[in-house]
Design a binder for this molecule. Structure first.
Ligand code: SAM
Length: 275
């Protein structure tokens, strides 16, 4: 019998994926967790029926959410990833030799445990000595750390449940305080195709707090519409205008210096959403 996963983020539209094997399903303290192996995208982490990451296309999301802020900051030494329990963002962050410490603050310890077990190619850098894994609420962690991180990456689930407070003005004010004087923050900010109101609200909230706010897009096949937005808030450095001519080369599959500039050129309907 064929088994199919129906991705569940958008109420009235869905993509489906044929499952080869179900590796784990469990109810954690925070969410329903599953890791399944699929024919087209390989292993994938699914939380509350929503695809978080897959072995085949994870590089797009993890490279763009990490390298855009890390190549914009002139000397990122201390980085915080809020959420991101699969470890993909940490793996990319630690490709930057300037980084001395990367803290992962993930609310759900089961995500970290299961990803270490079943998604080693994504979670591999969680064992790096420069990485500290802290299991707890990112909202509380950010509130309790002031003027500490050069880059903060909010690699969260969608704005419901435990992640709801990770989107919005009051959290962005806390992030501002948690950053060093020329710090940069980035968050995954959903799809302008299905969720224009969320994209606009988050952009406006970040723009009310940060002197420089930019939105860029990336093509992620397993996220609804395949067309995903990220919002950058920066105290000083502009990710769109940064000079990348002297940055080091690192191994990537999606990010390039040219794409760093090009991704900020937005389609008209997306410009209209954030205008
Ligand atoms: N790349 C993914 C996406 O956009 O679908 C996000 C992946 S990552 C697995 C998201 C993580 O955020 C989840 O493991 C979830 O447990 C974590 N999370 C949700 N709310 C959180 C909070 N308040 N503090 C820390 N982590 C949180």
């Amino acid at each position: 019998m064929d088994m199919w996963l129906k991705e569940g983020q958008i109420a009235d539209a869905a993509m489906t994926y044929k499952i080869k094997e179900t590796l784990v399903t469990k109810k954690t303290e925070f969410q329903d967790l599953a890791i399944v192996d699929t024919y087209e995208f390989g292993r994938m982490l699914v939380l509350d029926g929503i695809i978080q990451t897959t072995v085949r296309d994870e590089h797009v999301y993890h490279e763009m959410i990490s390298h855009i802020p890390l190549f914009t900051h002139p000397n990122p030494k201390k980085v915080l990833v809020v959420g991101g329990g699969d470890g993909g963002a940490i793996r990319e962050v630690l490709k930057h030799p300037s980084v001395e410490k990367a803290v992962l603050c993930e609310i759900d310890g089961d995500v970290v445990t299961e990803c270490k077990k079943f998604l080693p190619e994504i979670s591999c850098a969680l064992e790096d000595p420069r990485c500290e894994v802290f299991i707890g609420d990112g909202i509380k962690y950010v509130h309790e750390h002031k003027n500490e991180f050069d880059v903060i990456i909010v690699d969260s689930t969608d704005p419901f449940g435990a992640a709801e407070g990770l989107f919005g003005g009051s959290f962005y004010k806390e992030i501002y305080e948690c950053l060093t004087e020329d710090g940069i923050f980035i968050a995954q900010t959903e799809t302008p195709f299905y969720l224009p109101d969320v994209v606009k609200r988050v952009y406006d909230d970040a723009n009310a707090v940060f002197p420089v706010t930019r939105l860029f897009m990336a093509a992620i096949p397993t996220y609804p519409s395949g067309f995903w937005s990220f919002t950058v808030g920066s105290k000083k450095h502009d990710p769109k205008a940064v000079d990348l001519s002297n940055t080091i080369d690192i191994a990537t599959k999606y990010y390039t210096k040219e794409l760093h500039k090009a991704c900020f050129v937005l389609p008209k309907f997306v410009e209209d959403i954030i205008r």
